[in-house]
Design a protein around this ligand. Structure first.
Ligand SMILES: C[S@@+](CC[C@H](N)C(=O)[O-])C[C@H]1O[C@@H](n2cnc3c(N)ncnc32)[C@H](O)[C@@H]1O
Length: 266
């Protein structure tokens, strides 16, 4: 596996896999795709702590709107952005049924977002570290442009403890029908690799159908120290004002070593 190699498919936009991810987001008993409801509420409490009154907030990588709806329910003018069409459609419908007003955009946060200025931007569940280092810079530039002067960016990243939950190597399995990767039975070849210098784990899945078609998905998990984040954010015009490492007590899906960051636009 090469550093930052790309596959020919994306888990968040593939029409079958994105539906499986939506199911995972909406499962309150699992930390897969979205964290459990108690952690979400504790996170929203922390995001909005120290904010005097309400304002405008944009949730980048909002999934099915679990955080955006909570922000709206607390009186914030909320916008959610996501590339998973299934998640965005669910977010729109469930917001309507709860009588909550949230604006949703089905697009990449790496592209220009034409939605006005925000007091707060969030990006939750270590999505920042799933981006390549160039994409992280693009993301921060985009967020900087979206925020009002002194606007605040809140996001989370994995700490070095993620390495204890991963093992480098290769494996394969025969998956049955209606599995995570495919509606039909398929072979799944997987490879996990640690790029120590770049502080990132790569995970590659090649899904091969019985007719021989294959889809390759490549996922990245960067991990960070506070010092590394501070310098990355400073370069992008942000100053870190607070970090918090005990919001996620544990995870039944991935590493619980998670660092939340609150940074202000300078
Ligand atoms: C781990 S999930 C977290 C979702 C949500 N923040 C939560 O915690 O419930 C990451 C989300 O980021 C979205 N995403 C990934 N890359 C994106 C991009 N380039 N632009 C917009 N959304 C993206 C995915 O579709 C997915 O919904």
């Amino acid at each position: 596996m090469e550093l930052y190699e790309t596959g020919n498919a994306n888990i968040w936009s593939s029409s079958y896999v994105r539906e499986q991810l939506l199911k995972a987001h909406l499962n309150p008993d699992s930390d897969a795709a979205s964290r459990k409801p108690n952690t979400i509420r504790a996170t929203v409490d922390w995001v909005l702590e120290n904010q005097s009154g309400t304002g405008s907030i944009i949730d980048l990588g909002c999934g099915p709107g679990l955080y955006a709806q909570e922000f709206a329910a607390r009186g914030w003018s909320a916008v959610g952005v996501d590339i998973n069409e299934s998640a965005i459609n669910h977010a729109i419908e469930s917001g309507k049924s709860k009588g909550l007003t949230v604006q949703y955009l089905h697009q990449s946060y790496l592209d220009k977002m034409d939605v006005g200025d925000f007091d707060v931007a969030t990006c939750i569940y270590c999505d920042f570290g799933a981006l390549t280092s160039e994409q992280q810079k693009t993301f921060l530039l985009n967020v900087h442009q979206l925020l009002t002067p002194s606007g605040v960016l809140v996001f989370d990243v994995f700490g070095t403890g993620i390495s204890q939950t991963k093992t480098a190597g290769r494996s394969w399995e025969r998956a049955g029908a209606n599995g995570f990767w495919s509606k039909s039975p398929c072979y799944v070849l997987s490879e996990c690799q640690h790029f120590k210098k770049e502080q990132v784990w790569g995970q590659k899945y090649i899904v091969i159908s019985d007719s021989g078609e294959s889809s390759t998905y490549v996922l990245w998990d960067h991990y960070f120290t506070v010092e590394k984040l501070e310098s990355l954010l400073l370069e992008a015009g942000f100053s870190v004002i607070e970090t918090k490492s005990d919001l996620v007590q544990e995870s039944d899906f991935t590493s619980g070593d998670v660092l939340f960051v609150r940074a202000i636009k300078i």
